[in-house]
Design a protein around this ligand. Structure first.
Ligand SMILES: NC(=O)c1ccc[n+]([C@@H]2O[C@H](COP(=O)([O-])OP(=O)(O)OC[C@H]3O[C@@H](n4cnc5c(N)ncnc54)[C@H](OP(=O)(O)O)[C@@H]3O)[C@@H](O)[C@H]2O)c1
Length: 258
């Protein structure tokens, strides 16, 4: 007999890694509540997933930095419980941290770090037993990237947030874990210069290839998340897991010796 449908809430669920995760969780039968800022993009994503998978997929306009708006997410969840929460919305800027104005620095921390915390706090008490939370961090959390300094700082802190939340919520039946993608196509639109909404595909070809021999795709991280939120990952709590094709494994031998 089939049980009641499970619900996954996904911030940044309308594009890139979040969208790939939404499509993957729909394959596993999850109903979806997708959060994002762009209404047209969001409605299109929800209706395409619903049409291809048969699950219920809804969209809610949501700005991570707008802390007054989070109660609306709980309202939209309604009487249902939340089985899975994936925090994928993220922002950044190509700039050394020494040159980053503090208001910009604060904004990046607000979206990438305080936003996921506020999301978990908002849905606390609405989680099913058991439930799973996944925070989407970055390989830049493990080895910082000077070119995106504030972003690297925010993601390193997000990894620790994941561990602390894992401790706080373990007794409530909520497992929290963190995934750290490497360079993933189509690539974060919000690291682009102001005004450039979409990444030029040629741009990604300039990225160095990881040892695996290809760049990541949204589905690579989506598969990991699908595993982490499943009962197969019942004993995985407070982990930060790289999905980067080996980029952070170490420096490959370029044939010159050490
Ligand atoms: N792609 C990579 O190479 C890579 C590598 C490591 C980590 N990551 C992480 O993976 C996550 C997703 O990145 P992606 O590459 O999939 O990016 P993306 O395709 O640019 O998607 C970003 C998503 O986040 C939403 N978003 C952005 N800023 C927001 C804000 N202030 N409030 C609410 N929603 C916001 C966007 O919604 P709208 O479109 O409606 O604005 C969109 O749904 C990020 O946390 C990023 O740091 C990505």
């Amino acid at each position: 007999m089939q049980g009641p449908k499970r619900l996954a809430v996904i911030s940044g669920g309308t594009s890139g890694i979040g969208l790939a995760t939404a499509a993957r969780l729909a394959q596993d039968g999850f109903d979806l509540l997708l959060l994002g800022r762009d209404e047209e993009r969001g409605r299109r994503a929800a209706s395409e997933i619903a049409a291809t998978s048969g699950v219920q997929a809804r969209f809610l306009v949501h700005h991570s930095e707008d802390f007054d708006h989070y109660a609306v997410i709980a309202e939209r969840v309604g009487e249902r419980t939340v089985d899975v929460l994936v925090a994928s919305a993220g922002t950044g800027r190509q700039e050394w941290v020494i040159d980053t104005p503090v208001d910009v620095f604060e904004h990046i921390l607000r979206v990438n770090l305080a936003g996921p915390l506020k999301l978990v706090q908002t849905l606390r008490g609405r989680f099913s037993q058991p439930a799973a939370v996944v925070l989407v961090s970055s390989d830049a959390a493990i080895r910082g990237e000077q070119a995106i300094g504030a972003y690297s700082v925010s993601k390193a802190a997000l990894n620790m947030l994941g561990k602390m939340l894992a401790l706080d919520l373990a007794g409530e039946g909520v497992r929290v874990n963190v995934v750290c993608p490497g360079d993933t196509l189509p690539g974060m639109r919000y690291l682009l210069p102001p005004g450039a909404a979409e990444r030029d595909p040629d741009d990604a070809r300039k990225w160095p290839l990881p040892p695996r021999g290809r760049l990541g795709e949204g589905r690579d991280t989506a598969e990991l998340i699908a595993f982490l939120v499943s009962s197969r990952a019942d004993f995985i709590v407070g982990a930060s897991i790289l999905v980067d094709g080996g980029s952070r494994a170490g420096a490959p031998d370029a044939g010159r010796g050490i």
